[in-house]
Design a binder for this molecule. Sequence first.
Ligand code: HEC
Length: 307
Amino acid sequence: MMRSTRLIGLSLLAAVAAATGAHAAGGKAKELKHNHWHFSGPFGTFDKDAVQRGFQVYEAVCANCHGVELLSFRNLGQKGGPFYLDKCPAGIPDSVDCSNPNENPVVKAIAANYKFQVTDGPDEFGEMFQRPALPSDRIPGPYPNEQIARLANNNALPPDLSLITKARHHGPDYLYSLLTGYEEPPSTVEVAPGQYYNPYYPGDMSQNLKPEYVAEDGSPAEGVEVPYGGVFAMAPPLFDGAIDYIDEDTPETVEQYAADVTEFLMWAAEPKMEARKSLGVVSMIYLFILAGLLYWSYRKIWSDAPH
Ligand code: HEC
């Protein structure tokens, strides 16, 4: 008993230390905006329409610089995926099984018309060639290699987004806050060309204070507040009205685009989340019934024992 209490105590301490360690480096990022996500909580599911729109935002904008290399087109049409079909739309021959992502006509069209083609080969002349994608292909990224990615982005490397919502603390809220949170840099700081200020980016703005706001020992001059956030090499990617949604009722705003692409990237990072959660709920119900039965049999067995 003692031992396990101590162990729990120690691991709690370690967790707290790890959490504060992340913040210890330099400045502070602004407190994240908290969105209500369809997928949060033990019963949360993905909002399919939002995931579909989010894929559209990803392809139209983010895919110009970021890959999602862990995803194949076929994943979009798997059960739980945004373009899954349990039966074929009218006009498709009976021989087609639309619940199979490789035969799903929507997924086939998305792959064939995707903004980038797939590099395949070599052909009979030993040359690599480009061809339209198939559902079984990985979603092709924008750059053939890291060097070209850096050349195109002021030497910064746009990370692959497949797991980004899991790779950052409070991933969905962070992503949403970052995408909607760009601001003009405060007047006390200088931002180099090719860098952009964002109060939610975990940086250290004390490095960017203009010389007149820095004391002789290099720390901020008296009364000067170090602004929240940091600078990084991603220009604000979203603008109101930049992407046309088919659904007329969905607002075409930065906030909506950001929420939708977050929903898509959350799905991308955990396409089996819904199955996992429903298994969790079933197990809880099972354990609850089991606990009731155990209690009842305990009472029964001991009811005759002398007191
Ligand atoms: C014009 C290119 C470009 C576009 C378009 C773009 N990004 Fe980026 N993004 C970058 C670069 C470059 C970085 C790396 C910046 C750095 O490390 O300084 C980055 C970094 C990021 C990061 C990592 C931030 C962190 O915490 O390290 C996320 C998340 C991100 N982008 C999401 C997106 C999303 C979502 C979209 C689409 C809405 C998008 N980006 C569109 C270039 C782009």
